[in-house]
Design a protein around this ligand. Sequence first.
Ligand code: ADP
Ligand code: MG
Length: 680
Amino acid sequence: MPGTAQWPLKGSRQATLLARLDIHRPEEIILHLPLRYEDETRITPIGLAQVGTSAQIEAEVLSTEVTRPHRQLLARLRDEAGSEIVARWINFYPSLQKQLTSGRWVRLFGEMRGGFFGVEMVHPRLRFVGKDEPLPRTLTPIYPTTAGLGQPTLRRLLDFALETVPLDEPLPTTIRKRLELPGFSEAIHALHRAAPDDVQMLDEHEHPAWWRVKFEELLVQQLSLRRAYNARRAHEAVRLPPCRTLTRALSERLPFALTLAQQRVMNEIASDLAAPHPMQRLLQGDVGSGKTIVAAFAMLQAAENGWQAALMAPTEILAEQHYRKLATWLDPLGIGIAWLSGGRRKREREAELARLHSGECLLAVGTHALIETSVDLPRLALAVVDEQHRFGVRQRLALRDKGAAGARPHMLMMSATPIPRTLAMTHYADLDVSTLDELPPDRTPVHTRLASTARRTEIIHRLKAACLAGQQAYWVCPLIEESEALQLKTALETWETLKEALPELRVGLIHGRLKAEEKTATMAAFATGELHVLVATTVIEVGVDVPRASLMVIEHAERFGLAQLHQLRGRVGRGTTQSSCVLLYEPPLSRTARARLKVVFEHSDGFAIAREDLRIRGPGEFIGARQSGLPMLRYADLERDAALIEPAREVAGELLANDPGAVEKLLTRWLGGRERLLRA
Ligand code: ADP
Ligand code: MG
């Protein structure tokens, strides 16, 4: 009954139930859209209703009975055309039987079934009606709900909201015309009060009303991300103009020529650093594309100006490797680097902290150890986060907050997990993105093979021959997500087996539980060629760079994610020798597992793999909740509605530039003023 409904009082049972759906105000229920619809606008004669479909019938009660020993309520009914039907209830209140007196007219909605008693409906929706009672003119919406909150209640609350909430139009007519989108009010009414003819387009979310809602949702996502970007940009940062003395010296000393992509990205970063507001740039580049040297140049630009720069990496192995690499590049230029990691001895650590605190040392490399409170970087002007997806929002913020007083450091985030363009547009809309889309020319693509575990012995023989001929190999142990202890046990067993099978070779073992010095020693022994084979868990997944290693065997490859396999495989193929990677799998493979391994087998380009991965898994899982500080999308689907993303981005730009009122209206409507924490 429109007009009589009220919004439930705060603290009432109904308000509590609504809060479970994240609905607190009438404005919010407006955007609580139907999952599907039921068509009660028509009466189907019983004789014409098809078994297996849902229908509404109108009939007169003939008789009722309660069966035994299985207590069920049966009602026999007949419609105007004289066809009969049985309605059956397995759970019912005794009052129901009393109400179903013979001669009463009812409307039943439910699925038609062929039953023991002829056509029947089990637990149909029931409504008593007077003779010639008019039919509803719109489809009956079925909303997502929670236990205790019925559809009729939701419908009543929507009646109230649709009557009282002004459905203002934030989009200028020109934009709506250009995109051929209906008005907001029109779209909202079309969804909550849907016309019977539209049912199929509505169910498939292809109705123009759905397009409007999905577009608006994507637009709001762009607006809130761009706003976060602008807010961060409004801070001050230390200007670090390129001086080109040290950077030129480094270019001249490099044993390789920079790729064009590296030069382009370095220029982008160099000009960001010269600006008086903080850089917020993501550097994407496939495994092996040479991101570290790009970071080194950026850090050097800070040092040239007399400011500090820090590089944070997610694992000890990686941090140490970065430290060594930076040291070979920068030591000859007289630039010292401090190295901080959880594994360093107290005395060494304190000496490093003192050098950083005094500003004597301008560059720091480390793990999470960099963000501990004892670390003082008084002149920090640039923070680089390698493999940024491995860090949480808070850790990235903690590094940022180490910035020199009164200014925010420039931030460079690096990632080897390339993501497809449409996803990047939504996911990284609050960052500037640079992409290394070119590998150094000396790379030979890794030869990938799939082999069943039945061929393990044969693979070991081949590996032996290759190592005796001077190559080096990684043997990656199976991933056991459920149990770290089991994973360790498997790694130890694999190590033992390989040592036994390969007595002529030196086989090392590396895993997460080793002490830092042990890891360092093992990695060093492998890097210098002292070890032929390195048995490893996924600790080697990110960033490890030993150019001489050219063979990799991954056991139980079917257990790994595609991005992970691509990362792992990226550990080989870094030198000039032909490298190969064997993906060992345990048969039988499920169809999806086979499809996924095939993707890694067929593609060597990380972007292509990511695209396929996205196709197989869908975007939600692809990104993973941990990475995203984004408001979840309720209606738009990044894959299906990809065509709406680019326009949403353009319109966001236009509105931010010309129409702050519309921006406010949109953000309030969708986020209710509670813009969530956005990423660092
Ligand atoms: P990633 O992008 O995966 O972090 P790295 O920075 O570790 O890649 O670089 C991979 C390897 O390529 C390193 O050994 C690095 O020194 C080398 N490298 C980087 N740039 C070039 C280049 N332009 N030419 C040849 N080798 C390069
Ligand atoms: Mg790297």
